[in-house]
Every structure is written in structure tokens, then in C-alpha cells.
Design a binder for this molecule. Structure first.
Ligand code: NAD
Ligand code: MG
Length: 339
């Protein structure tokens, strides 16, 4: 079950996995293949109920899954977790059990205040669920970060590492963090660089070219399509590999023009974004927006979906038969995690 010969501390434990989406399915399958006892908690006939059943799991309502579980992994979307906690977890989780998260948002920002008689832990794989599963199947694992927020049993750390082992993270690397660091850096990454930063950079580049009279098709290839090449090089070998694989002309342009675009003003505004995350402003705004039924979220999302780059992109991607369609399930959730 792990790269060590020690038995997993969860060997005799019952694990309830609540949610069967990107992370939930991968964790559940890996834990089961590691020989651990897994039950799935979902809303009856919800979107992933039948999938979990088809994968051969015992699938019950969340409250039922929590009853008697030694570890409860909360792998539903972050915004539904506070209600799920109040209604299904808090009344049912047994004293001394462990409550596990893959993102610290609700605990760190006080949206969930866990009962005082349980362990509260975190294991966050640094990759999407599909990779967590395929790497496990190859006998490897995706590195995980882990944290202990509350340790009432005295063995919360061992439990956390046992879970990381069970999903395959122990075969790769695990890094200790805390709920504050995981939550704040995760939010910052997706806002400033990964989702927010990268998409605005692409859109600004596309608009600059098309407003200057260049064809949208050509602009699309240059500023969106080819970004994948660069990101793959970053992923495989950092800046070093990217610089090895692009031309000298591209490198020179990078050195002289990159800092003109991403200048000290960008970094100053990144610090503003980070401050809003740290002081809870972002969490408060997002929670209020969610409770109000996502009015601004829907408007802003629609503006992205209606941008001209999406029209031309759809047309061009239809001519790229090698592209895999992204499943509806992975695009349905209100906020996708970047990694
Ligand atoms: P997801 O949207 O892919 O799946 C959510 C699952 O929860 C689905 O099975 C859905 O049917 C179920 N669900 C929704 N509402 C529910 C409810 N009220 N009761 C019970 N089940 C409900 O979610 P995800 O992206 O796997 O995210 C799960 C957690 O993992 C989040 O805390 C997220 O921040 C974290 N995380 C995600 C990733 C990632 O790659 N997606 C990476 C690291 C951490
Ligand atoms: Mg992330």
C-alpha cells in the first residue's frame, strides 16, 4: 500500500469519502486499492451517485457514511461544505475520528468550526484528481502537502500520513504545511497567476493584436494556443527548459519586453490581492456572493464566455482532432481548483 513496509495506520479504519468528483473519485479508488475500507457519502441520485455505484462502492447519504467512520474526507465543492458539516458531519462524526480536507478554506476562514473532540487534518495532492488516479495505477503517486489543524487523539499526524500513503502521495513526496499557508497560497496562485493572471494576460494580448488589425485566428494561435507549449516546458523543466527550447530571438524579446508588461505595478497589485486573501476580505466577498446566488459571478463568467477569443477559439479548436473533449462534469462546478 505504500513504499514502506509498515502497516498503514488506517488499516483497520473505516473511511467515509464525501463527494465523488475530481478529487473524491481518485482518493476513493486509490484508498480502496491500498486495501482500505471506503464508503462513499453522496446526495441520493446526485450527479455522481451512479458513477460511484458503478465503480463498485457502497454509496449512502452523507450522514450515514459519517456514522461509524474513523476518518471523514470532505471532498465536495468548498462552498457546500459548511452546510454539509452542520447537517451531516457534526451530528454524526464519532469522538476521536479524523475530519480531513483537501483545501483549508472553510476551516481557516472560520466557515467550519470543527467539534473539539475530533482531529482535523489536511491532505492536498498537487495535481488534479485524474492524475492522482493514473499515477497511482502506474505504481507512482502525486506529491501531497499535509497539515494538522487539531490533534485530540495524539496520532493526527500518523493518520494524515496514512491517508497520504493510501492515495499514493507517500510514494512521491509529502510536504508539511498548515491550514493558513495552504489556503492563502492556493487562493493567491489561482487568482494572481493561474486562473486570473493567465487569462487576463492572454485576453490583453489578443485584444492588442486584434485592435491593431491582425486576424483573430492568427492572434488566437499566438497568445492562447501556443501558451501550452511554454507551460509544458515550465512544468517539465522550469525556466531553464523553456529557455533551452525557444529561439534566441524569443529569449531576447522575453528579457527586454517581459518586464515592460509585468512590471513593478503588477507585483504591487499582486500584493494587494494577497492582502485581501490574508485579511479575509476575499473569503467574505466570495461567501456573500455565493449566498446571494452568484449574481456577479454569473455576469463576469458570461463576459468571459462571450469574449471574441472564445468565438474564434471554438472554430479553430474544432479543427484540432487531437483535443480531448472536457467532460461536462469537470466544468459544472462553480469554482474549479487550479491544482
Ligand atoms: P468536484 O466539484 O469535482 O466534486 C464535488 C463532488 O461533491 C461531486 O461528487 C458532487 O456530486 C458532490 N457534492 C456536491 N454537493 C454535495 C453535497 N451537498 N453533499 C454531498 N456531495 C456533494 O470537487 P473537487 O474539485 O474534487 O473538490 C473537492 C475538494 O478538493 C475541494 O475542497 C477542493 O478545493 C479540493 N481540491 C481540488 C483539487 C482539484 O484538482 N479539483 C485539487 C486540490 C484540492
Ligand atoms: Mg491550487
Amino acid at each position: 500500500m505504500s513504499n514502506t513496509s509498515h502497516p498503514n495506520p488506517l488499516a483497520k479504519a473505516r473511511i467515509a469519502v464525501l463527494g465523488y468528483g475530481s478529487q473524491g473519485r481518485a482518493h476513493a479508488l486509490n484508498l480502496r486499492d491500498s486495501g482500505l475500507d471506503v464508503v462513499i457519502g453522496l446526495r441520493p441520485n446526485g450527479p455522481t451517485w451512479h458513477k460511484a455505484k458503478a465503480d463498485g462502492f457502497n454509496v449512502v447519504e452523507p450522514g450515514e457514511a459519517v456514522k461509524g467512520a474513523d476518518l471523514v474526507a470532505v471532498l465536495t465543492p468548498d462552498m457546500v461544505q459548511p452546510t454539509l458539516y452542520k447537517e451531516s458531519i457534526e451530528p454524526n462524526i464519532k469522538p476521536g475520528a479524523a475530519l480531513l480536507f483537501a483545501h483549508g478554506f472553510n476551516v481557516h476562514f472560520g466557515q467550519i468550526v470543527p467539534r473539539a473532540d475530533i482531529d482535523v487534518i489536511l491532505v492536498a495532492p498537487k495535481g488534479p484528481g485524474a492524475l492522482v488516479r493514473t499515477e497511482y495505477e502506474r505504481g507512482r503517486g502525486v506529491p501531497c502537502i499535509w497539515a494538522v489543524h487539531q490533534d485530540v487523539t495524539g496520532h493526527a499526524e500518523a493518520t494524515t500520513k496514512g491517508y497520504a500513503d493510501g492515495i499514493g502521495g507517500g510514494r512521491a513526496m509529502i510536504i508539511k504545511t498548515d491550514f493558513k499557508e495552504e489556503t492563502e497560497t492556493d487562493l493567491f496562485g489561482e487568482q494572481a497567476v493561474l486562473c486570473g493572471g493567465a487569462s487576463e494576460l492572454v485576453i490583453a494580448g489578443f485584444e492588442t493584436l486584434t485592435e491593431a488589425g491582425y486576424q483573430p485566428e492568427i492572434a488566437y494561435y499566438e497568445v492562447m494556443h501556443e501558451l501550452k507549449l511554454i507551460v509544458d516546458l515550465f512544468y517539465e523543466g522550469g525556466l531553464t527548459k523553456m529557455l533551452q527550447f525557444v529561439s534566441e530571438t524569443a529569449q531576447y524579446g522575453d528579457y527586454v519586453s517581459g518586464p515592460r508588461v509585468i512590471d513593478a505595478g503588477v507585483k504591487a497589485r499582486m500584493k494587494d490581492v494577497l492582502r485581501d486573501i490574508q485579511d479575509g476580505t476575499f473569503a467574505k466577498n466570495w461567501t456573500e456572493e455565493y449566498k446571494a446566488g452568484l449574481p456577479n459571478y454569473q455576469k463576469l463568467k458570461q463576459a468571459d464566455l462571450d469574449h471574441p477569443i472564445e468565438k474564434v477559439g471554438a472554430k479553430l479548436r474544432a479543427q484540432m482532432p487531437w483535443l480531448q473533449p472536457v467532460s461536462a462534469e469537470t466544468t459544472a462546478a462553480p469554482m474549479k481548483k487550479a491544482g
